[in-house]
Design a protein around this ligand. Structure first.
Ligand SMILES: CC(C)(COP(=O)(O)OP(=O)(O)OC[C@H]1O[C@@H](n2cnc3c(N)ncnc32)[C@H](O)[C@@H]1OP(=O)(O)O)[C@@H](O)C(=O)NCCC(=O)NCCS
Length: 372
């Protein structure tokens, strides 16, 4: 990691009632052998553990040198301000669910499960193949999964942590055993490659997790989560057209309103504040101290944002999973991709405490403390 942006770091205002308390209902069929867990959020019969992860980055790479030929920018500026060197781009014939299919298949393999075992699919994305059917239903078909509940979750870059939180409730309650949570995006199709403030940031990719019911002899579980949204800050990062407010038209295309627009400097400030606040709440709810955190995986938006959050908590660089330099910001996919890479290369080990934190358009934010 590089320099920190201390001046951008406002003191988080952690609210006492924001721990995401969610009562869970023991299933009538719960075996008596399952131990009851209490983690400060009410009691649940079951615990949810990450059974497998997978990810996929498309082959095509867009470097800073490529961008220099497209807009008025330069490698030095991009690296210094964002930490990004390159990002991946889906091939012209690849859609979001293609990326998700590969990531999901890899997660199933890692979990030693098949598509038949999936009880529910949550697909976090802002770039579904089309508005309907949902990406979750398309993925369900591609995987050959059973006719289980499947839906898209729209919380932008926080979508994966939101999805994990939703899935956790269904596992804790005893309703489901194996849930596929995917974060996948083909963001480059929402980016205007004439807008130097946005086009340097974003990339494509997919990450997936199988969240499963933990057995008694398995120590892994989700310890705490903190979700947050503030619609008053919605205009900081928008995609104006393509919805009911502004359907696609020739005027939209002429004015480039089908592309994302962003107030970067303001987002930066809110990102650091909300992620720090969310982390603090999740750490406290889990009853952990900072030095018990083995890994911090922040949403990979900008190296300076990651630095600022880590610095606020005094978490050393070597405990922060960073891949933004090679992936750019892949929105809902950044955390599951980084998680999968760090598990597969052996950095993250079972029983270690992992802190996830994200922010995104909305403005949304989600943080989660888990024991892998
Ligand atoms: C976008 C971001 C990289 C800009 O960095 P910054 O340090 O805040 O830069 P500023 O906005 O202060 O701009 C500084 C100057 O660089 C210029 N600039 C902007 N993009 C540039 C680019 N790609 N290349 C060269 N110069 C650029 C600006 O025009 C500005 O010029 P000026 O001083 O003449 O007005 C940064 O604010 C950021 O990452 N914000 C968060 C965005 C984000 O994460 N969005 C996704 C949310 S999930």
């Amino acid at each position: 990691m590089t320099e920190n942006q201390g001046s951008n770091l406002a003191t988080p205002n952690v609210s006492a009632d924001s721990s995401g308390k969610s009562p869970t209902t023991p299933s009538a069929s719960s075996p008596a052998t399952q131990r009851t867990v209490s983690n400060g959020r009410g009691k649940g019969i079951y615990r949810a553990r990450i059974a497998g992860t997978g990810s996929y980055l498309p082959e095509r790479v867009l470097t800073n040198a490529d961008l220099e030929k497209m807009v008025d920018t330069n490698n030095a500026w991009i690296v210094e301000r964002t930490g990004i060197h390159e990002r991946h781009m889906a091939a012209d014939d690849q859609v979001t669910t293609d990326l998700a299919y590969i990531a999901g298949t890899r997660a199933l393999e890692a979990a030693k499960l098949t598509a038949e075992d999936i009880d529910m699919i949550i697909f976090a994305t802002v770039t579904p193949d089309q508005p309907m059917p949902s990406a979750a239903c398309v993925l369900q078909k591609k995987l050959g999964a059973r006719q289980v509940m499947a839906f898209d979750l729209s919380a932008a870059c926080s979508g994966f942590v939101y999805g994990m939180t939703v899935a956790n409730q269904f596992i804790r309650s005893g309703l489901y055993k194996n849930i596929l949570i995917v974060g996948a995006e083909v963001l480059h199709r929402l980016v205007n490659y004439k807008d130097r403030e946005t086009c340097i940031l974003f990339g494509d990719g997919a990450g997936a997790v199988i969240l499963s019911r933990a057995e008694d002899n398995q120590n892994s579980e989700i310890l705490a989560e903190h979700l947050f949204a503030d619609g008053n800050l919605g205009d900081l990062f928008i995609l104006p057209a393509g919805g009911s407010a502004m359907p696609l038209s020739q005027k939209v295309l002429d004015e480039g309103l089908q592309y994302v627009r962003m107030k970067g400097r303001e987002i930066f400030k809110h990102a650091v504040r909300t992620m720090s606040q969310g982390c603090q709440d999740a750490i406290e709810t889990a009853g952990l101290s900072i030095d018990q955190i083995d890994w911090l995986i922040p949403h990979q938006a900008n190296i300076r944002i990651l630095d600022a959050v880590a610095k606020y908590f005094g978490i050393p660089t070597e405990k922060v999973v960073v891949n933004v330099g090679k992936t750019g910001n892949t929105s809902a996919a950044t955390i599951p991709i980084a998680l999968d890479q760090a598990i597969r290369d052996g950095r993250i080990q079972r029983d270690q405490n992992v802190l996830l934190t994200a922010f995104g358009a909305g403005l949304t934010s989600g943080s989660m403390m888990l024991r892998y």
